[in-house]
Design a protein around this ligand. Structure first.
Ligand code: GDP
Ligand code: MG
Length: 685
């Protein structure tokens, strides 16, 4: 037997627990979340089952396989691909009927299928009883009970899937049977395309009837001839007039009938006398009037905790770097090399690592909201508000993801079917302050505002970001057609598992530390070089100058470049040093902190920590004051997203022109907002 790895695809509705199962099967570190986008990327993992290499692919969560949304297209393509030899369809057993709708489409492709009856714990808890053996007979595929977040049933699931892929178990399944007229039409189309399509003929026939020319599952060189399409159109017209309803309705009715039939036959429902816990919680959390203030309070608590609780471990990390500077200055002789280590590397990397606790707390909250199901509610709560700005509740999920990082947020826009809605969402997502901007805010807010106010100042920046994104969306809504409606799914509330939260936080910690060790480290060195060379001709008397005086730096490349762009920043009251920091922030927003640390040479003074040194240096800078600091934070909030985001925007939106547009429009907007803020502030005071 040839040693070809067996490939198995995991398909299912969003939130059915696909990713949880995937993690247990492959043991891979992957985020378990509820918002769209996380599994849009192709996630693969390989396991050894019965001495066989099995590759598992986590497909995007979808409700159907229509050719309209990107997620569905990807899922469909993968399911059809030759390399995948079996599909595990994951269903939420507590919503079996709704979930079997997707199953009914996958079974039509003719691929061997295993049904994973996930969330079986919740089904048991609900008191409903499912006859699994009978279901398996009716559907014609093996069914396995699973509990995704605890890994129950996983070994049986994967070994069954392997057997199915080797054709050791019959698993082609029973496809839905449509109305009499529809079945006739299907037969007629099959006769037309017989022998010319690379996929299951019945499946192709159903899709050609349903979608006509917009259905093109074929490789470029395989296409349906125009006259065949014309014939199919005729068959469809005849069918529709015979049945007196649209093809869409005929097919949907057939599939729902299939799902309802299976459930009615196999599920013994317990009679519900009172509301479920989820309904009770929802009556408060998504209440018409209470929902929005409660959501805002949740956000406020999140940012306050991030700031205040984060300050405690921050001191420990500071103390560590203080020690390190002390030791390094003892060991290394004074001079350029010591300066590279102390002012460049320790100030830069240390200045960024100090914020690790804040990042972790922020992500604790984000993960918590996702895993409990509250994140999905927020889209629901925001839907009405979003609509008045010409957007969809669906756009709010990527925006929330953006509080963590803009890169996955841009990818999360893939679930938005309408291309214009999708582009607009991509354009406003960067105004959601990402985790990387947080250190900059904490530094500046901490330096210029009392500890009591700093948290509120940061919270206000997040609100400004949200407001700007809505305004931009509102303006853009005049140039776009209205957005399509969709059904918003509210998953039941769940108590998140500690494992999922810890895994996610650990992932973030790791990413942040890696970023500090790679991007931040290299930029710290580059910036140190740019800020050290060429050196001033005479350096002797500079030692006695206070730290915020400029002479030794003002000859350097960085200064020259900063001075070149200084005219643009003058009206905002910033000088070339801010220019250098802002340009450096283009690499990653945390780099702004490390650059400031290098510019203000804060590693030098050995009686205090880097962090408080930098704050002092900023406070002592005659150019800065609370108003200017806020204007600077506004600028940093709005101006160009980092390189990584531009990269993903280019990929997702398609083309360089979006990048250029993005850079120009965000920077202009940043300048205008900061400028207006300064003018208004000086007018008021
Ligand atoms: P996906 O969107 O299909 O990838 O779903 P996830 O794997 O992200 O799971 C969504 C949520 O359901 C997470 O909070 C999981 O912890 C939870 N979950 C997954 N499987 C089960 C299960 O079998 N039982 C229960 N009670 N919760 C589950
Ligand atoms: Mg998932």
């Amino acid at each position: 037997m040839a040693v070809k790895p067996t490939v198995i695809g995991l398909a299912g509705n969003p939130n059915c627990g696909k990713t949880s199962l995937f993690n247990y099967i492959t043991g891979s570190r992957q985020h378990v979340g509820n918002y769209p986008g996380v599994t849009v990327e192709k996630k693969e993992g390989t396991v050894l089952v019965d001495d066989m290499q099995v590759t598992v692919i986590d497909l995007p969560g979808t409700y159907s396989l229509s050719p309209y949304s990107l997620d569905e297209k990807i899922a469909r393509q993968e399911i059809l691909s030759e390399q995948i030899s079996a599909i595990i369809v994951v269903v939420d057993s507590t919503h079996l009927e709704r979930n079997l709708y997707l199953f009914s489409q996958i079974i039509e492709t003719g691929k061997p299928v295993v049904l994973a009856l996930n969330m079986f714990d919740e089904l048991d808890a609900s008191g409903n009883i499912l006859n699994v053996e009978q279901l398996s007979v009716i559907l014609g595929v093996p069914c396995v009970k699973t509990v995704g977040n605890r890994g129950k049933g996983v070994p049986e699931l994967i070994s069954t899937a392997l057997k199915v892929s080797r054709n050791e178990i019959e698993a082609i399944g029973n496809h839905p049977v449509y109305s009499h007229e529809m079945e006739h039409a299907i037969d007629a189309v099959i006769a037309l395309i017989h022998g010319t399509v690379p996929y299951n003929e019945r499946w192709c026939a159903v899709n050609l009837l349903q979608f006509g020319r917009s259905f093109s599952p074929y490789q470029a060189n395989h296409s349906i001839a125009p006259d065949v399409h014309k014939e199919i159109d005729k068959i469809r017209d005849r069918l529709e007039s015979l049945e007196g309803r649209k093809i869409q309705n005929i097919i949907t009715a057939g599939r729902y009938g299939y799902a309802t039939g299976a459930v009615t036959e196999c599920m013994k429902a317990k009679v519900h006398t009172h509301r479920t816990i989820t309904e009770k919680i929802d009556s408060v959390l998504t209440h018409r009037w209470l929902g929005f203030p409660l959501f805002l309070s949740a956000l406020w608590i999140m940012f306050q905790t991030t700031f205040t609780l984060g300050a405690i471990p921050m001191e420990w990390i500071e103390a560590f770097f203080e020690k390190l500077v002390f030791i390094v200055t003892k060991i290394l002789p004074g001079g350029l090399f010591q300066s590279l280590i102390v002012d460049g590397i320790i100030a830069g990397v240390g200045g960024v690592l100090v914020f690790l606790p804040n990042i972790l707390i922020l992500f604790f909250f984000i993960t918590f909201f996702e895993d409990t199901g509250y994140m999905a509610r927020s889209a629901f709560i925001m839907d009405r508000i979003m609509h008045s700005f010409g957007l969809h509740g669906k756009s709010f999920l990527p925006m929330l993801v953006g509080f963590g990082c803009t890169v996955p947020a841009v990818m999360a826009t893939r679930t938005i079917e309408n291309r214009r809605d999708r582009l607009i969402t991509m354009f406003i997502v960067p105004f959601m302050s990402c985790g990387a901007r947080l250190p900059v805010y904490i530094l500046l807010a901490g330096a210029f505002f009392s500890p009591k106010n700093a948290g509120n100042i940061i919270f206000s920046l997040y609100l400004v970001g949200i407001t700007i994104s809505f305004l931009v969306a509102w303006i853009l809504s005049f140039v776009k057609d209205s957005s399509a409606s969709f059904v918003m799914e509210l998953p039941p509330y769940r108590i998140p598992t500690l494992r999922s939260i810890l895994l996610h936080i650990w992932e973030r910690a790791f990413m942040y530390i890696r970023k500090a060790g790679t991007i931040i480290l290299s930029f710290s060195i580059i910036i140190w070089v740019l800020m050290t060379f060429p050196q001033a001709p005479q350096k002797a008397e500079t030692d006695t100058l206070p730290i915020n005086s400029i002479p030794p730096i003002s000859h350097t490349y960085a200064a020259q470049f900063g001075k070149f762009i200084e005219p643009a920043l003058k009206p905002l009251g910033f000088d070339w040093r801010m220019g250098v920091a802002l340009i450096a922030g283009f690499a990653a927003k945390e780099v702004i902190v490390s650059t400031l640390a290098t510019i203000y040479k804060v590693g030098d003074v050995d009686d205090q920590t880097i962090e408080s040194n930098l704050k002092n240096a900023l406070r002592n800078d005659p150019l800065l004051n609370p108003v200017k600091a806020y204007a600077l934070m506004l600028f940093i909030l709005i101006y160009v997203p980092c390189i990584a985001v531009l990269g993903v925007i280019k990929r997702e939106a398609g083309g360089w022109k979006w990048i250029v547009l993005m850079v120009v429009y965000t920077t202009t907007l940043a300048w205008l907002v900061s400028f207006s803020f300064i003018k208004i502030a000086s007018f008021i005071s």
